[in-house]
Design a protein around this ligand. Structure first.
Ligand code: GRF
Length: 200
């Protein structure tokens, strides 16, 4: 490629507020990186709309489009290679990334989780369920975690974490909003850290 910027694919399924925050932060912090692909299991969602509005390539890929899981996986890897992807950032991607895709990107795939892993992680711990569990456990603080992706849900090495307080009158929704705001600063910082680590 002619550019020496790190080429990023974001995987999303929903609103894409983390994707938007990453996109802005790459500009504001002048990071040597560029989001070049938005991959989603949903043809239409906030993230895909944002990608289209900002001339970022989109890929709608789901298992249902293929005769077998292997074909689905191969198509995903092929698309990532076509776009010369260096790093994958999962940002609200509501599917498990196939192992064959994970193994193509060792140390180059990150996920953001809305809690302080290893607490409140694993299968079923997503969205509002996480914040409900945090409140039920009587935690006084929670936060967000950016971690490397491996074959197990939420189990990869932690790259960066940040805490936020749990307030006495919090509902799952108010807590979710506070954690999400934290994520929007944390994910760009984690990306910056990864880019620095890769240089050294
Ligand atoms: C975030 O809370 C993230 O931690 C989780 O899914 C949510 C995605 O939100 N993995 P958005 O689509 O980035 O707004």
């Amino acid at each position: 490629m002619t550019t020496n910027k790190t080429r990023i694919a974001v995987f999303c399924s929903g609103n894409g507020s983390n994707f938007k925050a990453l996109f802005q932060a790459i500009r504001n912090k002048q990071l040597p990186a560029e989001i070049v692909l938005c991959l989603s299991n949903r043809a239409q969602c906030g993230a895909m709309e944002f990608a289209e509005q900002n001339s970022i390539a989109t890929a709608h890929i789901t298992e249902k489009q293929f005769a077998s899981f292997d074909e689905f996986t191969l198509a995903m890897v092929k698309r990532l290679k076509e776009h010369h992807i260096d790093i994958i950032l999962l940002a609200g991607y509501m599917r498990k990334v196939p192992d064959a895709v994970v193994s193509e990107f060792p140390g180059k795939m990150l996920n953001i989780h809305p809690a302080l892993l290893p607490k409140f992680g694993g299968e079923g711990m997503y969205g509002i369920h996480v914040h409900t569990a945090v409140l039920e456990a009587g935690e006084t603080e929670t936060g967000a975690t950016v971690h490397f992706v491996n074959e197990e849900y939420d189990k990869g090495e932690i790259l960066l974490q940040r805490t936020v307080p749990v307030l006495p009158d919090d509902t799952p929704e108010t807590l979710a909003a506070r954690v999400l705001a934290c994520e929007h600063a944390l994910y760009p910082d984690a990306l910056e850290k990864l880019l620095t680590l890769q240089k050294s």
